[in-house]
Design a protein around this ligand. Structure first.
Ligand code: SAM
Length: 214
């Protein structure tokens, strides 16, 4: 396992207990809001035989839900081993045609991986170096890149700031970030991607990008 300082903090923040809570919430209510929006954008473009590379995929809801599209493989890379263990259980009921691979570690440090579809649902905000993370995701994706991230609004920064202050007080080294959406978009455009869809909620932005045919 490969893990940076920040990923060590993420692994202990997103521990086994939290993963079980996430699983119970998923089994009770279905996918969380940003995940549901991503699924709406991904279902029309997911083809049989595609490989999904879900970066920071937590308990793996995107893969579980998209397997019905006929995915050949789901690869889940996450810093948190507790989440990966729950994902493996959820995927165990998967169609045998969809293989599942879980990789524990920092996505920017693991061996190169590829997928027709690459997703980052609420992950960019959990990592200080958005540039390194997105650059790696952009070069790993073959056809579709989809992500969700917090909107750059004062009230979002306020909430994240309060959460980070609380974590500092209680000694939790994990931090979240509101990265600049224009800089993220510029990076993806420079890497050969075109924005295809964007959806917003009060706090979140959900985008689907397609590889540009130059
Ligand atoms: C807020 S959770 C989101 C989980 C899932 N994508 C969802 O939306 O339910 C962020 C996840 O990203 C993982 N993570 C953050 N930075 C990462 C990195 N550089 N490499 C791999 N996983 C990372 C964390 O361990 C955590 O499971």
């Amino acid at each position: 396992m490969s893990c940076s300082c920040h990923c060590t903090a993420a692994a202990s923040h997103f521990d086994a207990r939290r993963a079980q809570r996430d699983r119970a919430r998923y089994e009770r209510n279905g996918p969380d809001n940003t995940t549901a929006l991503l699924l709406q954008e991904l279902r029309p473009v997911a083809n049989p035989g595609d490989r999904l590379l879900d970066v920071g995929g937590g308990i793996g809801v995107l893969g579980v839900e998209l397997r019905s599209a006929g995915l050949s493989e789901v690869i889940l890379v996450d810093a948190a081993a507790g989440s990966l263990a729950v994902a493996a259980e959820l995927m165990a009921g998967s169609s045998p045609a969809t293989t599942f691979r879980a990789i524990a570690g920092d996505f920017t440090e693991v061996a190169p991986l590829t997928g027709e579809i690459v997703t980052l649902d609420r992950v960019v905000c959990c990592y200080p170096d958005f540039d390194g993370l997105l650059r790696r995701a952009a070069s790993s994706a073959r056809r579709v890149l989809a992500l969700s991230f917090p909107r750059d609004r004062w009230y979002v920064s306020l909430v994240l700031g309060i959460e980070n202050l609380w974590r500092r007080i209680v000694g939790d080294p994990f931090r979240t970030f509101v990265h600049p959406p224009p800089a993220m978009a510029a990076l993806l455009r420079d890497a050969g991607w075109t924005l295809e869809t964007r959806r917003t909620t009060l706090a979140w932005c959900v985008e689907r990008w397609g590889r540009r045919e130059d």
